[in-house]
Design a protein around this ligand. Structure first.
Ligand code: KIV
Length: 283
């Protein structure tokens, strides 16, 4: 049975009903198809694209054009998941006007359902302006990879009482500015629980313990397709890269040993046409 398309209202309602929200990344047609078919609530076309698909060192150099290209590939196939387009570094920290312009591109060109951007209280004016422009916004606080260098690296956030208090204040500011949900990345589980209790919008955790209203993972980490590092918070369900490498080696051996292609992979033609050709060539 086909599932109904998820809306931001459905996602918000899940917090009240107590049903957990599932969210995964996808960046292209085959992955979007699989994630959507599995009934995952939210697909994030994350700027993690830069690292796991495009092979960049970090997410900072990901461009709007690259994001739009991949969002289109995802929204073209998704039937039920809510699709979030992740605003890349530099697309919303220059001016409110530029932020609205770029958020509009995600909706008009990418056909995303909403956008996500990183940052706490300081981003409140940008978020309210985008929300007022009619675009739903998902917030993202804690470890914010785009500004990891300002945070001193990819580190767990909110570990002191003061930093934890700031995170709670950030979450409240995001709720007040109109976010429909907030991603909490790499923060201590008890703080994620406090943040979750402090706001009426859903929190979706990644490295933030089990008390968030939902959980998100980067699919390439989850299936073992990203080889550079695997964060502690990732549950790696399989090492698909080993299966793929095995298949590639098998193909190479089959080609070299003449085992591929077999007759079933080849095309034939009518015997009399073949005979005619041979005759023509020998004349
Ligand atoms: O870009 C991304 O994949 C993200 C997740 C880590 C939440 O922002």
């Amino acid at each position: 049975m086909e599932q109904k398309k998820q809306t931001v209202l459905d996602i918000r309602a899940k917090k009240n009903s107590g049903s957990k929200i599932s969210m995964l990344t996808a960046y292209d047609y085959p992955w979007a198809l699989l994630v959507d078919r599995a009934g995952i609530d939210i697909i994030l076309v994350g700027d993690s694209l830069g690292m796991v698909v495009l092979g960049y060192q970090d997410t900072v150099s990901v461009t709007m054009d690259e994001m739009i290209h991949h969002v289109k590939a995802v929204t073209g196939v998704v039937k039920s998941s809510l699709v979030v387009g992740d605003m890349p570094f530099g697309s919303y920290n220059v001016s409110v006007k530029k932020a609205i312009k770029n958020a509009n591109r995600f909706m008009k060109e990418g056909r995303a359902d909403c956008i996500k951007l990183e940052g706490g209280m300081i981003m409140a004016p940008v978020i309210s302006a985008i929300v007022k422009a009619g675009i739903p916004v998902q917030g993202h606080i804690g470890l914010t990879p785009q500004t990891a260098s300002a945070l001193g690296g990819f580190k767990v956030q909110g570990k002191s009482a003061a930093a934890a208090r700031a995170l709670i204040d950030d979450a409240k500011a995001l709720e007040d500015s109109g976010c429909f949900s907030i991603v909490l990345e790499a923060i201590p589980a008890p703080i994620a629980k406090m943040v979750t209790e402090a706001v009426s919008i859903p929190t979706i955790g990644i490295g933030a313990g089990s008390d968030c209203d939902g959980q998100v993972l980067v699919t390439y980490d989850m299936v073992g397709l990203f080889d550079r590092f695997t964060p502690k918070f990732v549950k790696q369900y399989t090492k698909i890269s080993e299966t793929i490498s095995g298949v590639i080696s098998e193909f190479k051996a089959d080609v070299e040993n003449g085992k591929f292609p077999e007759e079933k992979h080849s095309f034939t033609m009518k015997a009399d046409e073949l005979e005619q050709l041979k005759k023509d060539l020998s004349d």
